[in-house]
Design a protein around this ligand. Structure first.
Ligand code: ADP
Ligand code: FDM
Ligand code: MG
Length: 214
């Protein structure tokens, strides 16, 4: 007799506008997963620690200028360079929580005028998120959460276009995968909505293979 196959981990993407509470909710989710003894790993994108990530950081902090396609491909390359590690974790039964993923990659570049079709192409084939929690927040409420930090896309005009594009991208993903979460509630309210979704997904992915972004 063979030992039962170990359940794989879930790939959970947290997306949303600036200051929607993504990083806060990722942290709260990691705590909840630990409480439930569910092994989990947090991966932030961009990962600014790698050599490619350092180039991205220079671009975002506006100390370097890069042509639009060039920086788009670097963001995607930053995901690809970590993809084997993410797959390994998932197959080892570790749930991976992503603070931004391909969806941010698509919409921020598309907001500059690159086509959606072009923007999604380099990410096709990456490990596919089992669920995307889109933290949706009114721009005015976001503005009340503190001023912009001065990074490249932290201007109202870009954020407005990005919000519309996130909705277009979400429609393509469909309601099964793309879950819109009202991010205007308290930390605890948002946390409980997020957990309600994640708990089920972690339970359900067990037997399924990791998908691919397409
Ligand atoms: P993001 O990673 O999406 O940019 P953060 O998690 O860094 O957002 O949160 C941005 C700011 O808003 C932080 O000061 C954080 O404490 C605050 N914040 C996060 N979630 C909420 C919430 N539900 N209600 C009020 N303030 C929040
Ligand atoms: N961003 C992030 C992109 O333009 N493309 C991407 O692929 C990713 C992952 O980088 F302005 C943008 C979105 C945001 C910035 O900010 C990252 P944070 O505060 O590190 O999430
Ligand atoms: Mg953040």
């Amino acid at each position: 007799t063979s030992t039962p196959k170990k359940k794989r981990g879930a790939l959970i993407a947290i997306e949303g506008l600036d200051r929607a509470g993504k990083s806060t909710q990722c942290q709260l989710l990691m705590e909840r997963l630990a409480e439930r003894n569910i092994p989990a790993h947090l991966q932030k994108f961009p990962d600014r620690a790698t050599p490619i990530g350092k180039m991205i950081n220079a671009y975002l902090s506006t100390s370097a200028a890069l042509e639009d396609h060039t920086i788009h491909l670097l963001f995607s390359a930053n995901r690809w360079e970590l993809s084997a590690h993410i797959l390994q974790l998932l197959n080892d039964g570790v749930t991976v929580v992503l603070d931004r993923y391909v969806y941010s990659g698509i919409v921020f570049s598309a907001a500059k005028g690159l086509s959606l079709e072009y923007c999604r192409a380099p990410d096709v084939g990456l490990p596919g998120a089992d669920v995307v929690l889109f933290l949706d927040l009114d721009a005015e409420v976001a503005a009340q959460r503190g001023g912009f930090g001065g990074e490249r896309y932290e201007v109202q005009e870009v954020q407005g276009r990005v919000r519309g594009l996130f909705n277009v991208v979400g429609e393509r993903e469909g309601e099964g995968r793309w879950r819109v979460v009202d991010a205007g509630g308290s930390l605890e309210e948002v946390r409980e909505v997020v957990w309600g979704v994640v708990e089920k997904v972690v339970e359900e992915v067990g037997g399924k293979e990791v998908g691919r972004f397409e």
